[in-house]
Every structure is written in C-alpha cells, then in structure tokens.
Design a protein around this ligand. Sequence first.
Ligand SMILES: Nc1nc2c(ncn2[C@@H]2O[C@H](COP(=O)(O)OP(=O)(O)OP(=O)(O)O)[C@@H](O)[C@H]2O)c(=O)[nH]1
Length: 395
Amino acid sequence: MEPQSVIFLVIFLALMALAFVLPTLRRQRRERLREQERDTLPGAPPVEEEITTGAPAGTVEAPEVPAPARPVSPPAPPPVLEKPEPTAGRLVRLRARLSRSNNALGKGLLALLSRDKLDDDTWDEIEDTLITADVGVDATREIVGKLREQARVEGTASAADLRAMLASQLVAALDPTMDRSLRATPHHDSTDGRPAVVLVVGVNGAGKTTTCGKIARVLIADGHSVVLGAADTFRAAAADQLATWGGRVDAEDVRGPEGGDPAAVAFDAVKRGTETGVDTVLIDTAGRLQNKIGLMDELGKVKRVVSRHGPVDETLLILDATTGQNGLEQARVFTEVVDVTGVALTKLDGTAKGGIVIAVQRKLGIPVKLVGLGEGPDDLAPFEPAAFVDALLAE
Ligand SMILES: Nc1nc2c(ncn2[C@@H]2O[C@H](COP(=O)(O)OP(=O)(O)OP(=O)(O)O)[C@@H](O)[C@H]2O)c(=O)[nH]1
C-alpha cells in the first residue's frame, strides 16, 4: 500500500474511533449529572441552572439533560393544636399583673387611711388618689362620701378596717349584681339552635382582633366550637391575624376580599357557622373612629345584615384601658350606633388607672364582662368585681 493511502486510512480510523467514543463520553456525563440530580436535596438549586449558566452568550444549546422536576417540599406537618387554659380562676392567676400596675393606688390609699387623724385634707387626698386612678369625679365623690359617713358612724376605725370599707364601696360601685356572662353559646335562650353570634366592635388598636382570638380560646377550652368572621376588611393583616388565632385552636375562619364589604363577610360567617353547626360565630370588625360617620354607618349595616340570620346575641365593645377618660367618649358613640351588651377592657396590665372599670360601667351602664391583662393568648379573664378590687388595692 502506498504511504499516502496508509495516512488516509489512519485518519479515517481515527475519525471513526472519535465518532464512537464521543457519544459514549456524552452518555457517561449525562448519567453522572442524573446521579447528581438524584442526590440534590430539596431546596438546593436545580441542576438545570448549573448546566445553562456556563453556556456562551448567544448560543442555543440543546439541553443534554431533561429539565429536572422542581424539588418537592415535604408536606407541611399538621398544625399542632394548643390546649387553652381553663377560664376558672384566671383573674386570680393574672392578679399580679393588675397589682403591679396599680400598687401605687393601693399603697397610696393605705398610707392615707393609716393617718392618725382623717381630716378634710386627708379625705381630699383620698379623693385625688381615686380620681388619678381614673375612677371618675362623680363616682369618686360618691364613694368617698359614703366611706366618710361609714367611718363617722362606726367611730374610729383601724387602717385595715377603713381599707375593707373602701373595698366594699368600690365593689358596690361596680354593681356585683350585673349579669356578666358572655352570651356566646347556643344555650342562651334567643339562639333557637343556630350559633350564638358575637359582634366585636371598638376603635382601631383597642385589641379587637386579639380579644376575638382570646375569646375563641376561652370558648374552645370550655368545649365549644367556633367560626371566626374576619369582617375587618379595612386592615389587610387583620384577617391573617385572626386566621392565625383560629388555626391554633382549630377554629375555622371566614374572610372576604381586602377592602370588600364587611357586612357580606359577617353574613357569610354566620351562614357558614350555621351550616357547620358550630356553637359560636365571633365577628371581628374594623377599627372605626367615632368621628367617621360613614364608617359608623357601616358598622350599623354589619349588624343589620347579620341580624337577617337572627338577632346578634352579644355586641362586645373593646375598650383600651390606657386611653382613660377619652375612651369613654368613644364608647358612648358606639353605644349609640349598635346596642352594646358588654364591655371588654383591654391592656389593664399596662396602666395604673384600673379605676377606669368603675367609670366605664357608671358612664355606660353596661357591664364589664372581660378584662385583658396581657398579650399572651390566655391573658383574658372574666371580670369579677371583688377579685378585681382586691388586686386594685393590693400594696
Ligand atoms: N398589654 C396588652 N396588650 C394587648 C392587650 N390586648 C391587646 N393588646 C395588644 O394591642 C395591640 C392591638 O391589638 P389588635 O387586636 O390588633 O387591635 P385591633 O383593635 O384589632 O386593631 P385594628 O385592627 O387596627 O382595629 C396588639 O399589639 C395586642 O397584642 C392586653 O390586654 N394587654
């Protein structure tokens, strides 16, 4: 064979060998990549990205590896349901929260009542102390007037006796005969087997959503079932906040589109609660300023529309205790728009003005049914006048 032919033959054989080896190398690479892909943990960047990143700009390369399926996240674990604390004795458990913020009142009054001589100046100081604690001017005058009279009739009394007399006057001012039960369960006469409906109203930031969540826990702790209606379509996060509260104790929540009609959401929530046969539907409403007439009208509409299912059983006004006497004016406006049947006074842990409870009841003539004593999920207590006054006067 001629040397030229030998060279051609060698080149030909070399080309043939390449044609055979290259696909094999490609196949091996593909298999390596697949193995890598199998080893990739969920959440790591997909292999596809690694391959394409290095391609020169403008070149279109046929993908050598089929696009891997997106890493699938493991299914979310079922929510861990919480077991709320029983309601009995909560005010006693939370007593320290009250006395911590009010002990200035307790200490101050005891120091005054311990004076050897209870002259006019001392009585004035006792009055001032109670007014400073937000008991209200009229209520304070009445309470101190009765206390003075009692002290005079009973002659000289010890500081401890006077303190006990003052406590009983304060309890009397809170009218312990008022019905403070929350009309939140179908056992209540008016419900006819449908869920009891609780409408929660109040100015923004008073603690409506939080209190709705806390009440749901109270009801569930007592063995009832609850649907939450997120009729606060005004504040975007409120519905999420309510859903979170519900999720923790397995209470379904009903919501509508952001900025939607609150009355429609409230109506749907009651409908849903009736269909699913729950005991209670709790409706959270938007925070409304009393001077925004349109918003107050809207609240009236919510109540009217919900009433198509049957009367609202409890309209609970949420009042922030730290707003003091200003809160009272807000409260009065609410009572004109909706028939408020109970008051929940929140943030009593954050004020030295616990006397506001007396002022609220006196001004509105509506019982304080619940008190909020902290941000914790079970920091809501049924209101009990004697236990409250005892904590208020603690030293
Ligand atoms: N310390 C304390 N904080 C509370 C209490 N109740 C509610 N809060 C806090 O008050 C803040 C406002 O509560 P929300 O429930 O969002 O008030 P809201 O009335 O629903 O507010 P809007 O939706 O804006 O109308 C939150 O930070 C709550 O944790 C309480 O009893 N004590």
